[in-house]
Design a protein around this ligand. Structure first.
Ligand code: GLA
Length: 412
């Protein structure tokens, strides 16, 4: 079968395409081009807003933004999809979702970052012209929106001389944590998706060749070498191309369930639950019990996987253990958290059937992508097996990526 691979733009191509779109649209040259990656989360799903640990890597797929500040407060935004109708907004009028001045669609991510930086005391920010060119698959559960926010954040940071991000050769951890918060506020308040900080942290704070161990209790990070290639392994991403949205009710409902479970158990966040058995007995409501069980067990799996990676390269039986943790993660997301869907389950089952060490959905769920840990030489074969399973189930054609831990947001 012919497979569909989602190619990443090189830094050079991305800069060129965003720059050309800028010039064609606005008739002058941008100040520069900044970019930020999408991500996959290796493990630690739906735990960020419960204070748990996550383990994302940055993808080679990035959103590029050609940018120039203006002397007024106007924002003019263009992307290849909106070439004919440039979005124009007044930065003074940008307002949270549900209020007069709310911004709908992709412009909310971009204008939201400027709004959030001003709210955090980094204003006033000049208006700007910006052209976006992204190769992060949209709606693929690979943080395409966080990539926009984070590219915007580093562009404004440098153009307005805020001094937060630092250069890619010496990124500032503290400054980037502030940018993460602003990008997250843009998504929560202006775009109206009440997500945790995983995606923005991955995009701004990951490192090439490393996975990011993120502790969501205090958003502290640790970079752990994650060079699968040298161990003869690969992380295959299966983009099911099944539509998903985080601004719809399901994500918010899961969050509300977790908050309710925490309240009933008398803890601030579910990360504080130490006795899973006791907590299960204390929760009478079956749905809340299942949600809590996923979160608490996923936190334990994530800690175990992080410890394993810290011990050294992924070799021998350790690969099997990592695979088993990934499998258990998926099963828990499917059965207890109930955020999987047919496409994700078919992808995961087919990958496992083709000999993957482990496979799981990644990101928010209800569509989006799955990942599979496979031997390098079995990448093509696994992808073929998944594509065949999709055809057998009469599902749309999936797309594939081999995830290589890549550079964070900045000027490539
Ligand atoms: C989405 C959200 C993240 C996180 C994941 C699930 O990607 O944006 O904050 O909650 O879902 O782990």
């Amino acid at each position: 079968m012919d497979l569909s691979w989602s190619a990443a733009l090189s830094a050079q191509e991305g800069r060129k395409l965003a720059g050309e779109l800028f010039e064609e649209t606005f008739g002058y040259q941008p100040l520069d081009v900044w970019s930020a990656p999408g991500r996959v989360n290796v493990i630690g799903e739906h735990v960020d807003y419960n204070g748990g640990p996550c383990l994302p890597i940055a993808l080679p797929h990035r959103a590029f933004i050609a940018y120039a500040p203006r002397e007024d407060r106007l924002l003019r935004l263009v992307s290849p999809q909106t070439r004919e109708a440039v979005d124009e907004l007044d930065l003074d009028k940008v307002a949270p979702r549900g209020c007069e001045g709310e911004v709908i669609g992709w412009a909310s991510y971009l204008s939201g970052v400027a709004w959030a930086l001003e709210k955090a005391g980094y204003g006033p920010i000049r208006g700007f012209d910006a052209a976006l060119y992204s190769c992060v698959p949209r709606g693929g559960g690979l943080s395409s929106s966080a990539a926009l926010e984070c590219a915007m954040a580093v562009a404004i940071d440098e153009a307005e001389d805020l001094g937060l991000a630092g250069p890619l050769s010496a990124p500032s951890d503290k400054g980037r944590a502030i940018l993460v918060e602003c990008a997250r506020r843009a998504e929560n308040e202006i775009a109206g998706a009440n997500t945790g900080g995983l995606d923005q942290t991955a995009s701004l704070r990951c490192e090439e060749g490393h996975a990011l161990a993120l502790d969501c209790r205090d958003m502290s990070v640790e970079h752990i070498p994650f060079d699968l290639e040298s161990q003869g392994l690969a992380l295959l991403v299966i983009d099911t191309r099944a539509a998903h949205s985080l601004a719809d009710g399901q994500y918010g409902q899961r969050r509300a369930d977790c908050e309710e479970a925490a309240r009933l158990l008398g803890v601030e966040q579910l990360v504080e639950v130490e006795d899973l058995q006791g907590a299960s007995e204390a929760l009478e409501d079956e749905r809340l019990r299942k949600r809590m069980r996923h979160v608490v067990s996923e936190i334990a799996r994530t800690r175990a996987l992080i410890d394993l990676l810290k011990e050294g390269p992924l070799e021998g039986s350790r690969v099997q253990v990592v695979g088993a943790l990934m499998n258990d993660s998926h099963d828990s997301l499917r059965d207890d958290y109930e955020v999987s869907c047919t496409e994700l389950d078919v992808a995961v089952d087919a990958a496992r059937g083709a000999g993957a060490y482990g496979a799981r959905m990644t990101g928010g769920g209800f569509g989006g992508s799955a990942i599979a840990l496979v031997d390098r030489e079995r990448v093509e074969e696994t992808a073929q097996a998944v594509a065949r399973a999709f055809a057998d189930h009469e599902l749309g054609e999936p797309a594939f990526i081999v995830a290589v831990p890549s550079a964070p947001a900045g000027k490539l």
